[in-house]
Design a protein around this ligand. Structure first.
Ligand SMILES: [Cu+2]
Length: 341
C-alpha cells in the first residue's frame, strides 16, 4: 500500500514495520489523516502569518468595516470537510469492527497479566519460555511463540489490576481487565521477533512488564508447543524454570546483589531466622517457603508490610512444582558469587 507514501512514512516516523494484517489498514488511515493535517496546517499558518503582516495596524490605516460573505466558499468549506470527516469515521469504524470480530479457526493463546509479568499458556496447556534480552533493566523476558500466516486469538485476563496488551508491530492493543475475559485477534503475516508491552500504568514496575513475541513457521511452532508442555525432570532445573516462568524473578532476586523488585532476595537466607512484620521470628525452611507461596500475607517479612504485592499461587502451582521451587531456593544457600538471577 503506497498510497500517500503510507509504507514509506509510517514505519520510519512512528511505527515499527508492520507484521499483521491490521498493519496496512492502520498505517494507511494514519498516514492519510497525517497528510490531511499537513495539507491544511501548512497553508493556513503561512496565510495567517502573511495576513498578520499585511493587515497589521499602522498609523492612518483603516480596515474594511464590511463583513464579507461568499456563499460558494462557505458551502465548499462546509461540505468538503464533512465528507472527509465522515469518510475517516467510516474507515475507522470498519477497521474497528474488523478487529472486534474474531474469525473462526483461530490458534488460541491464554494470556494472564499480573504485576508485573505476562504469562502465556498454549492450547496444549504448555507454558512459555523466557529469553535473554539486552539493553533493558531486566535480563530476561517471557516469550510468546506464534505461527506465521494464521489467525491468532488472545484470551486475556488479569490477576490484579488493569493492564493492556500491546504489540506495536501488529497494530494490536487491548485492555486486560480483572474479573473477566477480554479477547483480541490478529493475523500474523511475517516471521520475526517483536516487542510486547503493557500500556496501562499498573504500578511500580510497569515499565518492566514487557515480553517478546516470536512468529515462526508452522513446523517450528509445533516444536515450540511440544517443548512448552515439558518441565525438566531434575527438580533444581525445574525450579529454576518455574521461578522465571511464574514471574517470581520479576519481584525477587536470586543473585547476590539484593532484591531487584519489591520482594526480598533469597540469597543466603536458607535455614536462617527471618524477622517477621508481626515481631516474631520464623526459620526460612520448606514450610515457610511453601506457606509464603500459597499464602504470602500469612507471615510477611519485616519491612515488607502487610500490603504485600505478592499474589497467592494457590491453585496455580502443583505440589511437585512447589517442591521444585523450594529445591531451587534452597540451592541459593551458598550463592554468594555475583551470579545474577
Ligand atoms: Cu501492566
Amino acid at each position: 500500500m503506497s498510497f500517500f507514501l503510507a509504507d514509506k512514512v509510517a514505519p520510519y516516523a512512528w511505527f515499527p514495520e508492520g507484521a499483521s494484517s491490521f498493519a496496512p489498514q492502520v498505517d494507511f488511515l494514519f498516514t492519510v489523516i497525517l497528510w490531511i493535517c499537513i495539507v491544511f496546517f501548512v497553508p493556513i499558518v503561512i496565510a495567517m502569518g502573511y495576513f498578520m503582516w499585511v493587515y497589521r495596524e499602522r498609523p492612518g490605516y483603516r480596515g474594511s468595516p464590511e463583513a464579507l460573505h461568499n456563499t460558494a466558499i462557505e458551502i465548499t468549506w462546509t461540505v468538503v470537510p464533512t465528507i472527509v470527516v465522515v469518510w475517516v469515521f467510516w474507515e475507522g469504524a470498519m477497521g474497528y469492527l474488523d478487529m472486534a470480530r474474531i474469525p473462526k479457526g483461530t490458534v488460541d493463546v491464554n494470556v494472564t497479566a499480573k504485576k508485573w509479568q505476562w504469562a502465556f499458556k498454549y492450547e496444549n496447556g504448555g507454558e512459555h519460555e523466557v529469553i535473554p534480552v539486552e539493553n533493558s533493566s531486566v535480563t530476561e523476558l517471557p516469550l510468546l511463540v506464534l505461527p506465521v500466516d494464521r489467525d491468532i486469538k488472545i484470551i486475556m485476563r488479569s490477576d490484579d489490576v488493569l493492564h493492556s496488551f500491546y504489540i506495536p508491530a501488529f497494530r494490536a492493543k487491548r485492555d486486560v481487565v480483572p474479573g473477566r475475559y477480554n479477547y483480541m485477534w490478529f493475523h500474523t503475516t511475517k516471521e520475526g521477533l517483536y516487542d510486547l508491552f503493557c500500556t496501562e500504568y499498573c504500578g511500580d514496575n510497569h515499565s518492566q512488564m514487557n515480553a517478546k513475541v516470536k512468529v515462526v513457521s508452522q513446523e517450528e511452532y509445533k516444536k515450540a508447543l511440544e517443548k512448552a508442555i515439558q518441565e525438566p525432570e531434575d527438580p533444581l532445573e525445574r525450579g529454576k524454570l518455574l521461578y522465571k516462568r511464574q514471574g517470581c524473578s520479576t519481584c525477587h532476586n536470586a543473585g547476590a546483589e539484593g532484591a531487584s523488585g519489591p520482594g526480598p532476595s533469597y540469597n543466603g537466607s536458607w535455614g536462617k531466622p527471618v524477622q517477621l512484620e508481626s515481631g516474631s521470628e520464623v526459620a526460612f525452611d520448606e514450610n515457610y517457603i511453601r506457606e509464603s507461596i500459597l499464602n504470602p500475607q500469612a507471615k510477611a517479612r519485616k519491612g515488607y508490610g502487610k500490603a504485600s504485592p505478592m499474589n497467592s499461587y494457590a491453585g496455580k502451582l502443583k505440589d511437585d512444582q512447589i517442591d521444585a521451587l523450594i529445591t531451587f531456593i534452597k540451592s541459593l544457600e551458598n550463592a554468594n558469587s555475583a551470579t545474577k538471577k
